[in-house]
Design a protein around this ligand. Structure first.
Ligand SMILES: Nc1ncnc2c1ncn2[C@@H]1O[C@H](COP(=O)(O)OP(=O)(O)OP(=O)(O)O)[C@@H](O)[C@H]1O
Length: 577
């Protein structure tokens, strides 16, 4: 891979800086690592950027298919805050140094792509021996700066690999990833009303490398991406706003311009809450369609299946995203205060109440979503009052006679069988029909398809990683994955998430194996002759794998890493049981 001559000067400058920092080529390789608390804090500072980067991972995977390389983001001080891709190249020390929390500032690491790109504010590849420290000669890295919508340096995106595996398009990939993140940051700024796209020709408009300018409703500039920044001085934005027609391609100097409205919906769609890497939640799209028509939703599902999680996602993506999400756990409210808390009260409504009165959860949800979790726990009196609120779309606080109009989307949830409650007289039938505009039932984890299960694991591991739980990218060994798949998960996603969190800590950045899942029965044990967890776990795994393989025993044996004889023996034992 060849370097431009100007890079040679840049390299010389960087080597000189490295010497000035007091480093020698054979200095000990001792990467500085931030304490976990500081990593978490820095990740929070860059939370939005990291989410956008995470949602751009499919782009990285597509461009670097199968190559043994690692994608990193380091902040403006050179500290790695994001790390994905193949973690299994380089020495053990380098593995740690290419994980979250490690610093690649030139001051401690000498010339290297991250530190040097930051010092020079330029993209650069540093290959093998171009690294100042001899300890880094085995790796090659390409880094591209990431700028904020105001042009400040936020950090760099870097792709690192073993020296022999590096190729020129890794720098291009780093640049594309940096542009994708910058564009998302520009387009999703608060108060963005107009987006102005600029490009040399119509075909390039809205490509990652085209210009993007974000404007407030009155035309005030909010920010621009790197391609648009060079145009900014020549543009008379106020007159463009009055001349350009929304949605129409218009010639502008040597190029083309397109003005479009940035709706809250588009913004949300561009944000990683809907990231392709995230697990699609069953019924999410249907629920959004129904919410657009204000149809009340009833979410049912066992504990931990993600009812609350679904409601939060729906809130982010629906037309009421700017309004409040008021989540009330009906089972947690003390019965004597329940009605006051829900419907509010006026001054002096009852002894012990707040002097100024309280608006109550129903009025607090005006313009947004009222999420009544565990609605089956509501006492009958409160059910009657709630029914009236839903029928009349008004609420009358305790101690008042004046009804107040309220407008909210109702979502109720329960893990109890409401139909049975209605039959037994514990839940009003008319209220049940009111809240059940449409019922969504979230499946228990044991009913997930293999693909959905794998995707969920990936999402959860990414999420836990973003929380700063571990250094390095966690990967599961096949046997561990199979064991997880075969388990029953009475606590569903909540239980799986907790278990993965423990496994991540135990694995200390290595692949998660069976030994890191101490709470689960193991699959690699011999067939037990008594019934119990282990037996049923093995049975279920065999059954499920055979089903996935359309009954093909050889294929199932390959997938489970067992011999065909073992599978037949287990099937025979099962039949005899
Ligand atoms: N689709 C998902 N992707 C990632 N995490 C999820 C998903 N669904 C649920 N979780 C996580 O699983 C945990 C349990 O989810 P949640 O609290 O929404 O379940 P629930 O059905 O409301 O439980 P309960 O009925 O016990 O209140 C939470 O930590 C949540 O973030």
């Amino acid at each position: 891979m060849l370097h431009q001559p100007q890079d040679q000067y840049l390299l010389e400058r960087s080597w000189q800086r490295s010497r000035d920092y007091g480093l020698s080529q054979h200095s000990r390789f001792d990467p500085l690592c931030l304490p976990r608390q500081d990593i978490r804090q820095r990740k929070q500072q860059h939370a939005l950027l990291l989410r956008y980067l995470n949602s751009s991972l499919p782009l990285f995977e597509q461009l670097q298919q199968g190559r043994r390389c690692r994608l990193l983001f380091a902040d403006a001080e050179g500290t790695i805050l994001f790390s994905a891709g193949d973690p299994y190249f380089g020495s053990q020390a380098q593995k740690m140094a290419l994980a979250s929390g490690a610093s690649w500032h030139e001051q401690s690491m000498g010339t290297n792509a991250i530190g040097t790109a930051l010092s020079e504010r330029k993209e650069i590849s540093i290959l093998g021996q171009q690294h100042f420290l001899a300890a880094n000669h085995g790796i090659s890295c390409s880094a591209s700066p990431v700028l904020s919508p105001h042009g400040e340096l936020l950090g760099v995106i870097d792709i690192s690999s073993d020296q022999g595996e590096h190729c020129q398009d890794m720098l291009l990939t780093a640049r594309l990833m940096a542009q994708a993140v910058e564009n998302a940051l520009v387009m999703n700024q608060q108060d963005t009303h107009w987006i102005l796209n600029l490009a040399p020709d119509a075909g390039s408009l809205q490509q990652p490398w085209s210009g993007i300018i974000a404007l407030r409703e009155d035309g005030e500039l909010l920010g621009a991406n790197r391609s648009a920044r060079s145009w900014l001085q020549e543009l008379d934005i106020p007159s463009m706003l009055s001349e350009l027609k929304q949605g129409e391609l218009t010639p502008l100097g040597q190029g083309m311009a397109l003005l479009s409205r940035q709706s809250r919906r588009q913004q949300i769609a561009a944000t990683p809450s809907c990231s392709p890497a995230e697990t699609p939640i069953p019924h999410e799209v249907t629920a959004l369609k129904l919410m657009a028509r204000q149809i009340p939703l009833l979410v049912q599902g066992e504990t931990g299946t993600g009812k609350d999680h679904l409601v939060r996602r729906l809130h982010q993506s629906c037309a009421r995203a700017d309004g409040p999400l008021v989540a009330v756990n009906c089972g947690a409210l003390p019965t004597e205060l329940l009605e006051a808390e829900l419907f509010g009260y006026v001054t002096g409504a009852f002894t012990g109440g707040n002097k100024q009165g309280r608006p109550g959860y129903v009025r607090a949800a005006h313009g947004g979503i009222l999420f009544l979790d565990e609605i089956g726990e509501l006492p009958l009196a409160a059910q009657t009052r709630l029914l009236r609120v839903l029928q009349e779309k008004t609420v009358t606080p305790l101690g008042s006679h004046v009804p107040e109009a309220v407008d909210f989307q109702l979502i109720a949830a329960s893990h109890r069988d409401l139909v049975a409650m209605v039959e037994q007289g514990g839940f009003r039938q008319d209220l049940y029909f009111r809240i059940k505009g449409f019922q969504l039932t979230l499946p228990p984890l044991r009913e997930y398809s293999t693909d959905d299960f794998n995707r969920l694991i990936k999402t959860l591991l990414n999420e836990l990683q973003q929380d700063g739980t571990v250094l390095g990218e966690p990967v599961l060994e096949e046997t561990a994955l199979q064991t997880l798949k075969a388990y029953d998960w009475p606590g569903n996603i909540r239980q799986l998430k907790q278990l993965l969190e423990v496994a991540l800590v135990l694995a200390e950045g290595d692949k998660i194996g069976l030994e890191h899942l101490p709470e689960l029965p193991r699959l690699d044990c011999p067939v037990p002759d008594n019934t119990g967890d282990l037996k049923s776990l093995g049975d279920r795994l065999i059954e499920r794998t055979l089903k996935d393989c359309n009954g093909n025993v050889s294929a199932a044996a390959r997938q489970l890493n067992l011999s065909r004889t073992t599978i037949y023996a287990r099937l025979k034992a099962l039949k005899g049981a």
